[in-house]
Design a protein around this ligand. Structure first.
Ligand SMILES: NC(=O)C1=CN([C@@H]2O[C@H](COP(=O)(O)OP(=O)(O)OC[C@H]3O[C@@H](n4cnc5c(N)ncnc54)[C@H](OP(=O)(O)O)[C@@H]3O)[C@@H](O)[C@H]2O)C=CC1
Ligand SMILES: O=C(CO)COP(=O)(O)O
Length: 315
């Protein structure tokens, strides 16, 4: 089973490097190769990590799509258009979505977007706590791979520093990865605004309750949210300023200029989740609060007051 990685951002590049270090041939596709094929490094998105010899880079999607396993590492809000633009190359393949989020236009997660755009493909989700720089540095990571009947895929995506655990719950796995980014923005705002570590812990915990509530409403298995793609990724993303979502929240809370030029998935996903929850009468106060701050309806301190003055309830 050969593997290609479609999308040469930080994460796609890190996955491709780790897979190629096993000595297997791996292809990395970029819409803009820049100098990657000559420099043998992604100087723009993941500087400092030389490509292994078995990693080929290409700007030709028809070439990259020769592999039977295709990792989709474009940002979530680009996924639907990317798949429909390139269906003829992608349909029928095993398509592993590595992006984290919910599509703002349709309210769909990556698995359903894949099913609609490429009905003959096998959809899978790879998610869990893993910073691109950690993977590229060869540090150990454990992820969840959600797919129907995925033993061979699990083996194909294992490397000395990526240990994938199998799950059959695609909905639960994709929702954990999507919603932890929204909670991470809220946690960053809290610390940035000086509201303290107790408030941070409370937000993480109530954010986890919100993730579970939303996931169950979409048919996820409860235990999935306690795993790597839910609790695991929440713990990482809400506590490290290596997370772009957390760092974005920190900057918002401090009133500093917001980071630009990287992918901050929680922004669009907060809006998508808040919209979906309203339609079905689901209570998602943290996602609503993040949206209200992003849209300048509330300051961070007003949002915190709003959460604290909600009617008292059972945990
Ligand atoms: N970075 C990380 O640590 C992790 C990221 N992820 C997830 O991976 C996904 C990608 O993130 P990441 O790699 O960090 O993002 P980056 O911000 O590093 O890069 C995004 C990449 O996507 C490319 N891209 C954007 N739109 C398109 C498109 N329409 N067609 C083709 N390529 C496109 C960009 O190309 P160009 O360079 O030409 O602009 C760029 O290379 C996100 O969903 C993120 O949540 C998951 C785990 C860890
Ligand atoms: O998903 C991630 C870690 O698992 C990366 O988080 P950020 O997108 O916030 O950097």
């Amino acid at each position: 089973m050969t593997v290609s990685v479609l999308g040469a951002g930080a994460f796609g590049t890190a996955l491709a490097i780790s897979l190629a270090r096993t000595g297997r041939p791996v292809t990395l596709w970029a819409r803009d190769l820049a100098d990657m094929d000559v420099a043998r490094e992604n100087t723009r998105r993941l500087p400092g990590f030389t490509f292994p010899e078995t990693l080929a880079v290409t700007g030709d999607l028809s070439d990259a799509a020769q592999s039977s396993i295709l990792l989709l590492t474009v940002p979530m809000q680009s996924l639907a258009r990317f798949l429909t633009q390139h269906t003829k190359f992608l349909d029928g393949k095993t398509l592993v979505a590595c992006c984290k989020g919910i599509d703002l236009t349709t309210g769909l997660g990556p698995a359903e977007i894949i099913r609609r755009a490429c009905p003959a493909a096998t959809p899978a989700i790879l998610s869990g706590p893993s910073f691109a720089v950690d993977i590229a540095a060869g540090l150990p990571t454990a992820l969840t791979l959600a797919v129907d009947d995925g033993h061979a895929l699990q083996t194909a995506l294992s490397t000395p520093n990526i240990r994938p655990y199998r799950s059959a719950d695609l909905v639960g796995v994709e929702i954990g990865g999507a919603l932890k980014n929204v909670v991470a923005i809220a946690c960053g705002m809290t610390i940035g605004a000086g509201l303290g570590e107790s408030a941070h812990a409370a937000l993480m915990t109530r954010g986890f309750a919100e993730m579970q509530r939303f996931a169950l409403s979409r048919g996820a298995r409860p235990e999935t949210l306690s795993g790597l793609s839910g609790f695991g990724d929440l713990a990482l993303t809400c506590s490290s300023d290596k997370s772009r979502n957390y760092a974005f929240g920190l900057a918002l809370g401090r009133g500093e200029p917001l980071p630009e030029g990287t992918t901050i998935e929680g922004k669009a996903t907060a809006k998508a989740v808040s919209n979906l929850a309203k339609k079905i009468g689901l209570d998602m106060p943290i996602a609503d609060m993040v949206v209200a701050v992003l849209e300048n309806h509330l300051t961070v301190n007003e949002a915190a007051d709003m959460l604290l003055t909600r009617p008292l309830k059972e945990e």
